[in-house]
Design a binder for this molecule. Structure first.
Ligand code: CDP
Ligand code: MG
Length: 738
């Protein structure tokens, strides 16, 4: 083989590839031949090969050069095949048939609602069609597609970048909180969480950079999606050139159309095979065990190949189910065919997410353990069996008591029907519901309750007010929150100091808005930098806030007993534990091996570090870092760091304080008289009060309430002195209050 011949062949394959799917600037790795560093073959975008040999151009058979060329050729072949198959797959999706009709409809109407079966190609294809149709004006403008979930935004962006043959983060990117994988000026197709678009509204209320916005998964009715629809309704009349596509599962479509003055509904008929529904005869007491049993029943009795999708409510359930299934499979050994367990939940590190999309090898069966995320936002191919316990974890807020709880509640009928549909994409499927038929017809609500009707609205109210929207009652919304919920939100913001007594947003309120996190955390950081009795601990506060954003996945096994395997010395609160873990890691130069040794998730810690850096930059921009610095300069080493931090958190979370009574801790809801709550066993405070017989403090601050078998407080910090409450929250706690 000589050089010319190889070049020709490469050129030819390159051209074929261009034909199959226009690939611009696809970057090939340098091919290194084992045992030889010298010969590097680079296939670059000009489509020729550069190579060097010691003795000229001719290659002797069996030489390193020849091996490298063969490898190069086989890689090219594979790449061409891959691109061909992507192209075919794109053409085979149900939306493809309607491509022209869809584009015509977009041309004609400013607002359109697209309804279609999950997996029909709405999320991955529609934005690409818009790009292909020239809406971005050669990359000058952007097309955005919002997702309620981070995992969906990242995974779809990865897929689409792949389909378009570009690098993720360049032409196609994603933007989720604390992670911006886009390149300004280059990215023209952007997948993002609905919350991120909401933030962009704050910076640019006219969304001038965008040509088209697709609000995807609108039927999920997340808080951010609902607010976005309201804001868009506001600006569309004077942004005539901005196109809005709302895409939704069938439920709710009419409601969206009515909201937007009767906007047309475009239906993409999907293919769907029949799904047999099976119910249990009795209610199941333990749905996780029931789900695991069902997995093995299916695996051992159903001869048809086909993967299993199990809907669970969260990471902990998924981890525990995965462990049980693996143990049972291990015991059964080669009596059963191999099972591949693939978990998927919001906090799953990105490199592990791809497992759910990988083709199941012949003779094996894949079991996908998923949260609600697999209900509509992610399409997993090859599923024939769905196991549905019928539960979902939902945030729920009771305005009267001012309390937010994460509750495991029964799904709606619309949701369980969506879930069942996941079994019928590749062929006839089966869905095993772990509840009774009676329950389906008589107990389940018809539709899920929109988030806006069940969450604390403080953050959103503050955001709207910072954008100058004063008349909250008349702000256009699909479902209006009740007046008591709104007034409670205003009251909370007043207590935090974000609003003044006239209801106008304060300087502190604006600062809280500028932080990319809940206003309460903004208040904590502001207090840690500026309050007379706290200042000087901003850096520590930022670290803790960053850790609190990821606590559920810091430790390798979230169920592991959390005195957290002697990572750090004695600490008095979870907050201090998080601080110590981070600092210990930082002292070891952020090393990977330290994480391995201490069973801490390295990837999570990298995310924490990234969040921390961003929060810190925000503190610098807002001038808080300088104020903090001044406090540090003033004296000797800072005294009472822990007390200062505890005080800062009290200032930020006045609603999260529990008081010790005769029957344990109770929340301090003023109207309800409180709810009995327990310290979660994984908390270091639990260990401290129980095992070391240290006297429980009269007050305790918690970050989250979780309801499982009991009401649990997670991430706790004891308040050793009562007067701290008065110091930090004088309007709520009288001096010497009991
Ligand atoms: O949005 P919709 O549910 O209508 O479909 P989609 O998410 O655009 O998915 C279209 C196709 O792309 C499905 O067959 C998915 O399995 C596939 N896909 C994939 O293979 N990997 C992803 N990360 C996302 C989608
Ligand atoms: Mg979709």
């Amino acid at each position: 083989k000589d050089r010319v011949q190889v070049e020709k062949s490469a050129q030819k394959q390159w051209e074929d590839k261009q034909l199959n799917n226009a690939v611009q600037g696809s970057d090939y790795d340098t091919i290194k031949v084992e045992g030889s560093e010298e010969y590097e073959f680079v296939f670059d975008e000009q489509a020729f090969i550069e190579f060097s040999t010691e003795d000229g151009d001719s290659l002797s058979p069996g030489s390193n050069e020849e091996v490298a060329l063969t490898e190069l050729e086989s890689r090219l072949e594979k790449e061409t095949a891959r691109l061909k198959s992507i192209h075919e797959t794109r053409k085979s999706l149900p939306v493809y048939q309607y491509r022209d009709d869809l584009l015509n409809a977009v041309k004609e109407h400013q607002i359109m609602i697209v309804v279609g079966e999950t997996g029909s190609g709405k999320t991955t294809q529609l934005p690409q069609y818009l790009v292909e149709d020239g809406y971005t004006q050669h990359g000058k403008l952007q097309v955005a597609c919002t997702q309620p979930r981070r995992v969906a935004a990242t995974s779809v962006a990865t897929r689409v970048a792949d389909e378009m043959g570009v690098m993720l983060g360049k032409e196609v990117g994603y933007s989720i909180r604390f992670e911006d994988k886009t390149t300004p000026g280059t990215t023209f197709l952007k997948y993002m969480t609905d919350g991120m678009l909401l933030r962009e509204f704050m910076i640019d209320p006219e969304l001038t950079n965008y040509a088209c916005i697709m609000i995807d998964e609108a039927h999920e009715r997340t808080l951010a999606t609902d607010i976005l629809l309201g804001l868009l309704k506001d600006i569309l009349p004077h942004r005539k050139d901005l196109k809005l596509i709302i895409s939704s599962a069938t439920m709710n479509a009419v409601k969206f159309s009515e909201f937007f003055y009767g906007a047309p509904i475009f239906n993409v008929p999907g293919r769907r095979f029949p799904v047999d529904i099976h119910y249990t005869l009795q209610p199941e007491a333990n749905y996780i065990n029931a789900a695991i049993t069902t997995v093995f029943q299916i695996h051992t009795t159903q001869s048809v190949p086909g993967d299993i999708l199990v809907f669970l409510t969260g990471q902990e359930e998924i981890e525990s189910a995965q462990q049980s299934i693996e143990e049972i499979a291990h015991v059964l050994g080669d009596k059963i065919r191999p099972l591949i367990i693939a978990p998927i939940y919001a906090n799953l590190p990105q490199d592990q997410q791809s497992k759910i999309f990988q083709r199941t090898p012949e003779g094996c069966r894949k079991v996908v353990l998923a949260t609600n995320i697999a209900e509509t936002s992610l399409t997993i191919n090859g599923i024939n069996f769905v196991i549905d316990p019928g539960f979902v974890k939902e945030n729920s807020y009771v305005a009267a008591s001012g309390m937010s709880q994460l509750l495991t509640v029964p799904c709606s009928r619309a949701s369980v029907d969506q879930r069942a549909g996941r079994a019928g994409r590749v062929g006839p499927g089966k869905c095993f519901r772990l509840f009774t038929k009676w329950s389906y017809f008589h107990e389940l609500e018809p539709l899920p309750k929109p988030e806006i009707l069940r969450v604390n609205l403080s953050q959103v109210v503050l955001l709207l007010m910072s954008m100058g929207i004063r008349d909250l009652v008349n702000f256009p919304l699909l479902d209006k929150p009740s007046i008591p919920t709104l007034s409670k939100a205003l009251e909370n913001l007043y207590v935090l100091g974000a609003l003044n007594s006239k209801g106008a947003i304060t300087r502190l309120g604006h600062i809280m808005c500028d932080f990319p996190c809940e206003p309460q955390f903004g208040k904590v950081m502001h207090t840690a930098a500026t309050h007379e009795k706290c200042k000087g601990v901003l850096e520590e506060a930022v670290t803790i806030v960053a850790m609190l954003h990821e606590t559920s996945s810091v430790l390798v096994n979230s169920r592991q007993d959390a005195n957290k395997s002697g990572i750090v010395g004695q600490v008095q609160s979870d907050h201090m534990l998080y601080l110590e873990i981070f600092n210990a890691w930082k002292d070891m130069d952020y090393s990977r091996s330290w994480c391995l040794d201490h069973k801490v998730q390295y990837k999570t810690m990298l995310r924490v570090r990234n969040i921390r850096d961003q929060l810190w930059r925000c503190c610098e921009k807002l001038g808080l870092a300088a104020l903090n610095e001044a406090a540090l300069d003033a004296g000797n080493p800072l005294q009472d760091v822990e007390a200062r931090l505890t005080r800062s958190f009290i200032a930020g979370f006045p609603g999260n304080i529990a008081q010790l009574g005769s029957s344990g801790y109770r929340t301090m809801g003023r109207q309800t008289g409180g709810l009995t709550v327990n310290i979660h066993p994984s908390s270091v405070v639990f260990q401290m009060f129980r095992k070391e017989s240290k006297k429980p403090t009269k007050h305790l601050l918690y970050q989250r309430l979780v309801l499982t078998s009991k009401e649990y407080m997670r991430d706790c910090i004891p308040i050793p002195r009562e007067n701290w409450l008065h110091d930090m929250l004088p309007h709520l706690f009288a001096k010497g209050s009991k």
